[in-house]
Ligand binder design. Sequence first.
Ligand code: ADP
Length: 365
Amino acid sequence: MAGRHEKEKGVNVQVLLRCRPFSDDELRCNAPQVITCNEWQREVAVSQNIAGKQIDRIFTFDKVFGPSAHQSDLYEQAVVPIVNEVLEGFNCTIFAYGQTGTGKTYTMEGDSKKSKNGELPPGAGVIPRAVKQIFDTLEGQNAEYSVKVTFLELYNEEITDLLAPEEISKAALDEKQKKPLLLMEDGKGGVLVRGLEEEIVTSANEIFTLLERGSAKRRTAETLLNKQSSRSHSLFSITIHIKESTPEGEELIKCGKLNLVDLAGSENISRSGAREGRAREAGEINKSLLTLGRVITALVEHLGHVPYRDSKLTRLLRDSLGGRTKTCIIATVSPSVHCLEETLSTLDYAHRAKNIKNRPEVNQK
Ligand code: ADP
């Protein structure tokens, strides 16, 4: 069954581009706009003259969301089908990739995670919307189900459990740093994180409370350990088991997993960071982001060797990248000239993943 799906679906990597509106600071200094989004043509044009050198480039993506796109537009057009796949028993991963300050967290988490009377605020991002879609669907169907979530942070290739119950303190954090959570093969092609808290949840609201707890812990840990969130990846995973009965009375169990990943700022990939003792950090972030790029390339090009093992991030996501899974990369950029260099680097990274998929020899496989 799995093999059949694999053949039918192939490796599915969808790449979206989102350009945020100008920030107040950018507006105040009249930063020229260097990006034009054509949502209809799914194109992003970059045009700028720098020191007499004219840059004119056009990139095409699976979908493009300009500065006026609402959270609901992105969710309905790009994420609803992915969550439906998860509810059908597939593993899917959504990444936010881009320079710090371009809207990764806004896209994934959004303005507010609190739901009012079951309704989400307009600023709610992908995570709360996915949680709501999952529970609305599960509660509306006549099947037994169970939902588990994990929430972790990867910093310097070390994992912090954002749902661990203990009160956070400098001493506890130091202890955790000495005894980092361990990644272990689960014998089924995936990995387990030994010691990671897995919360069983029964409603969307319970998840919203856990998310708040996890985000607060992330902020506290950042302050206590003098970390920068732009240098860490956060991974929120929802695993769903659904027990259904076929008309013949047979029992059918579907198990799907959705990974929602807010990646470290992509500026860490291009800058050496070899200043002020940040060399190791930059190297480790580099490793995860670069390995992720290589893994996606290997998957879409059907290369024999996929280098999952080369970074913790890709080891963690091994059962959700490739094979019967859908992967979506949301690349985020700023419209301002001040970010031009990083914007071009983000567009190139994202476009590489998109472009490879379209090679005819790959499509024919
Ligand atoms: P990142 O996670 O990439 O560092 P943030 O998500 O923190 O960036 O976004 C930086 C700022 O820009 C935040 O104040 C956020 O609210 C705002 N922002 C980002 N994207 C959008 C958007 N599409 N619409 C409105 N505001 C946005």
